[in-house]
Write a protein that binds this ligand. Sequence first.
Ligand SMILES: NC(=O)c1ccc[n+]([C@@H]2O[C@H](COP(=O)([O-])OP(=O)(O)OC[C@H]3O[C@@H](n4cnc5c(N)ncnc54)[C@H](O)[C@@H]3O)[C@@H](O)[C@H]2O)c1
Ligand SMILES: [Zn+2]
Length: 358
Amino acid sequence: MQKKPVSLALMSVPHIVGKNALGQAAVYFSGYSRIFVLVDENTEKLCLPVFLDILSNVSITAVIKIKSGELHKNIQSASFIWQQLTRLHAERNALLVNLGGGVITDIGGFAAATFKRGIDFVNIPTTLLGQVDAAIGSKTGIDFEGYKNQVGLFADPKAVIIDPVFLDTLDRKQFRSGFAEMLKYALIMDIALWEMMDNRPFDAMAPDLGDMVSRCVADKISIVEKDRQETGLRKLLNFGHTVGHALETFFLNSGTPVTHGEAVAAGMICATMISSHRQGLDCNSPEIVFEMIDRNFARLNFAERDIPEIMKLMAQDKKAKAGELRFTLLTKRGNAVPDVVVPEAKVRESLLFYLRNQ
Ligand SMILES: NC(=O)c1ccc[n+]([C@@H]2O[C@H](COP(=O)([O-])OP(=O)(O)OC[C@H]3O[C@@H](n4cnc5c(N)ncnc54)[C@H](O)[C@@H]3O)[C@@H](O)[C@H]2O)c1
Ligand SMILES: [Zn+2]
């Protein structure tokens, strides 16, 4: 863990990253008429006391609590947040502090950006996935009618505070979920990060985790600052996600949800297999990638007969254009190309490969 937090900027939004980042953040809470903190029941219990202890001089008007989990990233929760802000007399210069994982930063950003045409919000991600991904890049939104992130908008937070203090209470499953996104950065753009992972199981990386998180934050910022609206380069970040999202929905619908990272890890195996056939990924790399993923993630439990349903979900994804399946593919470890059209048959083959080569 590095000693001092670093300050990075994305479109002039400060991102304070590292040990004691929260202790340096008081400045982002000044000048507001009222300050609200959005939590779920877990972050209320585990993260709010830490926040209140470190920022004891910040005067909080009220805590707004929604139920945890993806199932509650919906219009009812958004409506509840607007209702609470209304009842608690939030004015245009109120601040909403999003203290939680990706669900809280996504829905909190959405609720803040739409309330009275937009009040300020600060993201304080408390999961590894939130810290390396969800809280960065200004995408906000909710799920709607069974589709993930169906309604939302791009909205910039006033600041993003990324402090490892919150990760102490995170369980292994959630840790691994964030780790899948870290692997993604390593594979698409950051071979030095891959080297830091250096054939170690995830648990053995703990001493370097702080540095690795900072690298991921810098990696995401460097992509988003070139393509905030995801017209091109930002699609690189979708590596593993074309198949991953379909698997995530498939398991959610079958009543045995897997984490986002578990689904993306499986998606990265499929995308790597496709890369070796279509993008000339060198012949040693797929095995090295599979080995790293399999060391950290159990294979997901679906069967060959489920593949048509998974393919159907993939075609419905809002990232699919005019029935074409588009993938980010690797050209080598540490380098990728976005938006490659891949025939359905090849995608099906990659799912079969995933099932048969374990
Ligand atoms: N906006 C973006 O660019 C973007 C990018 C990636 C993912 N996302 C979204 O992020 C969401 C997933 O985020 P997530 O994995 O953080 O899920 P999450 O917010 O549901 O958090 C996972 C679980 O961990 C709990 N938790 C949070 N902080 C904790 C802590 N410090 N200690 C113990 N438990 C804690 C939560 O209460 C929850 O039960 C999805 O909705 C996804 O769509 C958004
Ligand atoms: Zn993701």
